[in-house]
Design a protein around this ligand. Structure first.
Ligand code: NOJ
Length: 559
């Protein structure tokens, strides 16, 4: 494997609206992020991904971009952003932006001009198609947020012409088959890379391929529709051709890091994505999330248990061992908190968060920590539908009611599966709004446990979740283990019980075991007589080559 500048680093995702509010308007901003760079450096973070901070009407929280080359005033100015880049650099931190180029916002100049004149140049940037003769949409694909992927042009509802949107109506899909548009997008990518951005996390990218005859697909549910997802899966070769082109014209010449949100990549194609000559540097491992990608989306309220999580993640790790890296995650801004979602009830606490951390940080690949994960944040308790912001949560609520759930059941479902669970403000202290903001009201409610669950309470406590994350990241950087933990192969170990996640990393005859025990009893593993415990979250016992790990704890052992 060719060594790359980002290999061996640990990354951190910031959700800008909820990280730190410097100007007291209840919404996080860039100056807030700058004020927390020392915190990130101290944690050991070397790469930061910012969820979108571009100009946006925020229908889908910035994943609907109205101007790709400007910062939204809610977050600050371009000068603030330049300062963030410079300050991050001083601390050895590289910044990744979010590249959302399957779609833009319906407020983007391009879309406005396109709708005003369907013969304009800008109209070629989108997919406008005539509806069927009976006035129904061109095909039966279902958008990711529910309902048809087709919508009539605003202001022209009596005409039989639709535009395509795989996500919300306010997110019209961009036409990648029109070369001048691709050039515009690539120029925009280069604008940011020339500025000093280290790369991008790339949003929903496999959706750029379309079957231009828009044939639809056999229905996959009672609504007569079929998920757009299934069309995307059929067209991945077409997407790949565009992605090689983008890599050649943007990422490659800048030696940029590209981390893609690419679902369902099959084994044969993996090396085209993340191999040495792949079009991305790496992709997230979403295999656990895919287990529960059900329609309607509210069915995700049935959490996946840790045994299933383990088997799925282990299979992913083995798939890429000889090809490249995937990025292990526990959660992100589209997921409930992992501690609440995957761990058995008795482990949904700091002990469980630490054991989960060991797995996340020590698996093979570049781990991403989502803000708040490092202090063991759990799901937020929402008491009413009015406390949610996410359009998807609101849609799921309506869908659940329509399916016959009571309002209180529908609320319970959202409390388990909603994306807003992870989007609530970062918990910095026990002060007002958890130290996130001075505002009277924050844009999304503050987590119920902030008085005790916060950075200030953990930072000087050697036994806190935060301190444990620091130790794990430091272990990855320790020259003695750095190569092994970066390039060492992944090997599953025998899962001696349902709720145990045990694996080894091995390089040139050097081997460590990582064993996370989420059972409510101790488990034992045979190791070598002279094995050495490198790190553990509780006191563990190693006698005569037998390692015993207490309930809800983890250990890292060198053999
Ligand atoms: C994936 C993003 O992570 C999610 O938040 C967004 O809603 C969709 N893509 C659409 O951009």
């Amino acid at each position: 494997m060719q060594a790359k500048w980002w290999h061996g680093k640990v990354a951190y995702q910031i959700y800008p609206k909820s990280f730190c509010d410097s100007n007291g308007d209840g919404v996080g901003d860039i100056r807030g992020i700058i004020s927390k760079l020392d915190y990130l450096q101290d944690l050991g973070i070397e790469i930061v991904w910012l969820s979108p901070c571009f100009k946006s009407p925020f229908v889908d929280q910035g994943y609907d971009i109205a101007d790709y080359q400007d910062i939204d005033p809610i977050f600050g100015t371009m000068e603030d952003f330049d300062e963030l880049l410079a300050e991050a650099k001083k601390r050895g931190i590289s910044i990744l932006l979010d590249l959302v180029i399957n779609h833009c916002s319906s407020e983007h100049e391009w879309f406005k001009k396109a709708c005003a004149d369907l013969n304009s140049e800008e109209a070629k940037y989108f997919y406008f198609r005539k509806g069927k003769d009976d006035g129904t949409p061109p095909d039966n694909l279902r958008s990711y947020f529910g309902g048809s992927v087709w919508e009539k042009i605003p202001g022209h509802e009596d005409e039989n012409i639709y535009y395509l949107h795989y996500f919300a109506k306010a997110q019209p899909d961009l036409n990648w088959y029109y070369e001048p548009l691709r050039e515009k997008l690539f120029n925009m990518v280069n604008f940011w890379l020339d500025k000093g951005v280290a790369g991008f996390r790339i949003d929903a990218i496999m959706n750029i391929a379309k079957d231009l005859s828009f044939p639809g697909l056999p229905a996959d549910a009672a609504d007569g529709m079929c998920s757009a997802n299934q069309m995307t899966a059929k067209l991945s070769d077409q997407a790949a051709a565009f992605l090689y082109e983008m890599n050649d014209k943007t990422f490659k010449p800048h030696d940029a890091l590209s981390v893609a949100e690419a679902f369902g990549v099959n084994q044969e194609s993996l090396k085209n994505y993340i191999g040495d000559d792949g079009f991305f540097s790496t992709i997230f491992d979403f295999s656990a999330r895919e287990l529960n990608e059900k329609y309607p989306a509210y069915y995700r309220y049935r959490p996946v248990d840790i045994a299933k999580w383990r088997d799925t993640i282990f299979a992913s790790q083995e798939r890429v061992n000889d090809i490249g890296f995937m990025c292990p995650i526990i959660e992100n801004h589209d997921e409930p908190r992992g501690v609440s979602y995957y761990l058995p009830r008795h482990a949904q606490n700091p002990d469980g968060a630490k054991a989960f951390a060991a797995v996340n940080i020590l698996l093979r690949g570049m781990p991403f920590i989502y803000q708040g994960q490092e202090i063991g944040m759990t799901n937020t308790k929402f008491n009413s539908i009015y406390e949610f912001d996410d359009l998807n949560a609101k849609d799921n609520y309506k869908a659940a009611l329509k399916a016959g759930f009571t309002p209180s059941q529908a609320l319970d479902i959202l409390n388990i599966e909603s994306r807003d669970n992870a989007r609530t403000p970062m918990l910095w202290s026990a002060g007002k709004n958890a130290g996130f903001s001075d505002a009277a009201i924050t844009w999304l409610k503050v987590h119920q446990d902030y008085k005790t669950l916060n950075v200030a309470a953990q930072k000087d406590d050697p036994n806190s979740v935060l301190s444990f994350y620091k130790k794990l990241i430091a272990l990855r950087k320790d020259p003695k283990y750095h190569e092994l933990l970066t390039y060492g192969k992944f090997k599953p170990l025998e899962a001696v019980a349902d709720y145990v996640v045990p694996f080894a990393r091995e390089l040139d005859g050097k081997m460590i075991y990582v064993i996370a025990n989420f059972e409510d009893t101790a488990v034992s593993y045979g190791v070598n007589a002279d094995s050495k415990i490198i790190l553990s979250s509780k006191e563990v016992d190693l006698k005569d080559g037998v390692l015993t790990i207490p309930a809800v704890a983890c250990a890292v052992v060198e053999l």
